[in-house]
Write a protein that binds this ligand. Structure first.
Ligand SMILES: Cc1cc2nc3c(=O)[nH]c(=O)nc-3n(C[C@H](O)[C@H](O)[C@H](O)COP(=O)(O)OP(=O)(O)OC[C@H]3O[C@@H](n4cnc5c(N)ncnc54)[C@H](O)[C@@H]3O)c2cc1C
Length: 284
């Protein structure tokens, strides 16, 4: 690792001032579980300064005002797993956080770092997109809110400017009749990144008909998105194995229409379809 300057900041104002001063010569450090690995690589540009935001207390809370949940970016995966509010109103996010890395990684790794690193295998992103999350990006001069699904350009690249800091992630609480799930498939059971994953939410009326459906695959498409083509097949229908199989096949079809046929398609084509069916079944 080549030398760089290290600055610990203690407030959002201080962080955005230093970011404004250094721009693309700065990198933000939260838990460091992605950044420090990246900085050790030979082909990566060494920043002039690494700004450690991990001491900013105001960026580490989970609140639930007026039917919404507000997550600050320094919330760790362990804190998501043990949060009663997340368990009750966004249990698919809790499921995703619970299978990230190992206990050590979950204790250090943050939800903000997981989002901003933009790896296709980032486990908190599919649930957050299924939940309709919005994020706030702050710079010294500006603050803007965007849909999380609009943040990503391609793997490891976001639309955030170099001087912008992620300060908030918010979404509506799931209604009591919404059921959700997150399924991840790794190469082994522990300490494995996602080969594929699926976040799903299903809402039914009192007659059992599906009134709302959200399906977001992970590590399947170049950028995450809800697969509305498959969701539409479910709306107005009563759940059945055949229906869920059809929805899974549609997700598989949509994936191939985006990625084309590649070396991994032979594996991913049937597997994503099965994972979608299982995620939908797990909702119920
Ligand atoms: C052994 C191991 C296993 C892992 N397993 C998994 C896994 O199963 N699933 C998974 O999804 N991930 C996994 N990861 C990846 C990593 O732990 C997560 O992505 C973690 O959430 C990153 O958070 P962090 O706080 O450590 O981010 P950092 O490393 O501190 O930062 C990551 C990136 O985000 C930027 N950043 C951080 N915070 C902000 C902010 N507030 N505003 C703007 N930019 C910001 C940083 O500049 C950097 O580019 C694993 C990593 C390791 C080392």
């Amino acid at each position: 690792m080549k030398p760089f300057e290290y600055k610990a900041v203690h407030s959002v104002e201080e962080a955005v001032s230093v970011l404004a001063e250094y721009g693309s010569d700065a990198r933000i450090l939260a838990g460091g579980t992605d950044l420090l690995i990246e900085l050790r690589k030979q082909n990566v540009k060494t920043p002039k300064v690494v700004i450690d935001i991990s001491f900013i207390k105001e960026l580490r809370s989970i609140e639930s005002p007026n039917g919404t949940i507000v997550l600050r970016p320094l919330v760790t995966h362990s804190e998501i797993v043990t949060s009663k509010v997340i368990q009750q109103y966004a249990s698919l996010l809790m499921s995703a956080a619970s299978v990230i890395g190992s206990p050590q990684i979950r204790n250090k790794g943050t939800v903000g770092g997981n989002i901003m690193n933009a790896a296709t295998c980032a486990d908190t992103v599919p649930p957050l997109i299924a939940l309709g999350a919005k994020i706030t990006l702050r710079s010294k001069a500006n603050s803007r809110q965007i849909d999380l699904s609009d943040l990503f350009v391609k793997p490891y690249q976001t639309k955030a400017q170099a001087e912008e800091l992620l300060t908030e992630i918010n979404f509506l609480k799931l209604s009591p009749n919404a059921k959700s799930s997150f399924i991840k498939l790794g190469r082994r059971n522990a300490l494995a990144i996602s080969r594929l994953s699926v976040a799903a939410i299903l809402t039914q009326d009192k007659n059992g008909k599906i009134t709302d459906a959200r399906i977001v695959p992970g590590a399947a498409l170049p950028v995450w998105r809800r697969v509305t083509e498959a969701e539409k097949l479910l709306i107005g229908e009563k759940p059945s194995k055949e229906l869920f199989v059809t929805a899974g096949q549609k997700v598989s079809e949509v994936m191939i229409s985006h990625t084309g046929r590649r070396w991994s398609t032979e594996y991913k084509e049937p597997v994503i379809a099965v994972l979608v069916r299982r995620a939908l079944e797990a909702c119920l």
